[in-house]
Design a protein around this ligand. Structure first.
Ligand code: F6R
Length: 248
């Protein structure tokens, strides 16, 4: 694990954006794994800026998102498809047909999830996967207890995750949050050639401590990243505040 501590969320976001931009410049037809949530917003703004001011070219880039609420149609303003269009895809020169977000209204969700993974494999696998982290250590919607070998599937959301996603940022009322989602599994995430996890704020400090310095355990799904050969954890000082060892 390459742990990088940045002073601010802005510096964390810039560092992550630079890593993704380098990947795109080296391999213009690369396959990126993307995340939703609050944490990547500044990073996506920076990628948009690089596209507009520096000509960062997304015309051959392919993307796969980690997760989607089960039962939410893509037009719903809280769907992750809507979110990705709004905060990134509508502002760069990516072809919409090259952007894949799990379909929360698929008729046969498990068959659909299997096909999603098959498509990733057929395209050569994910070059670089972006992750946020839940306060309980979840990655994508792999809640505590998710096995290392879990694949893309239907998952139940914990009360904590439902509360976190209805704190006014996304849904207004916990009752409105779907209780299930489709999520890439831990095993599917670990198949990525490189993984970049970003986290800011003290609310993530405990999860970051367990992820980086705790034992590798299903109880903290992000801790499996310790076993990935090319994982980078970029955190601001607040999220790093419980780490005990020294990092660059
Ligand atoms: C979203 C996702 C989630 C979030 C996590 C943190 O696609 O996979 O695991 O990364 O819940 O969310 P924020 O960034 O809103 O704190």
């Amino acid at each position: 694990m390459d742990v990088r501590i940045k002073k601010t969320a802005e510096e964390m976001s810039l560092e992550a954006a630079l890593i993704f931009a380098e990947t795109i410049r080296k391999k213009p037809n690369c396959v990126l794994g993307l995340a939703t949530g609050s944490t990547p917003l500044k990073m996506y703004s920076e990628l948009i800026r690089m596209h507009k001011n520096e000509g960062l070219d997304f015309s051959r880039v392919i993307t796969f998102n980690l997760d989607e609420y089960l039962g939410l149609p893509s037009e719903h303003n809280q769907s992750y498809r809507y979110f990705m269009n709004d905060v990134l895809f509508n502002h760069i020169n990516i072809k919409k047909e090259n952007t894949f977000v799990l379909n929360g209204t698929a008729k046969d969700p498990q068959l659909y999830c299997d096909a999603y993974e098959m498509l990733i494999k057929a395209l050569g696998g994910i070059e670089i996967q972006l992750l946020g982290i839940g306060g309980n250590g979840h990655i994508a919607f792999n809640e505590p207890g998710s096995p290392r070998n879990s694949r893309t599937r239907i998952v139940d959301l914990t009360k904590e995750t439902i509360a976190a996603n209805s704190d006014g940022r996304f849904f207004k009322d916990p009752k409105d949050v779907p209780t299930q989602a489709l999520s890439m599994g831990v095993g599917a995430i670990m198949d990525a050639k490189q993984i970049v996890l970003i986290a800011d704020k003290t609310s993530k400090a405990d999860a970051i401590y367990k992820t980086v310095e705790g034992p590798v355990t299903e109880d903290v799904p992000a801790s499996f990243l310790q076993e990935h050969q090319n994982s980078i954890i970029i955190v601001d000082e607040a999220a790093a505040s419980k780490l005990e060892k020294q990092y660059a």
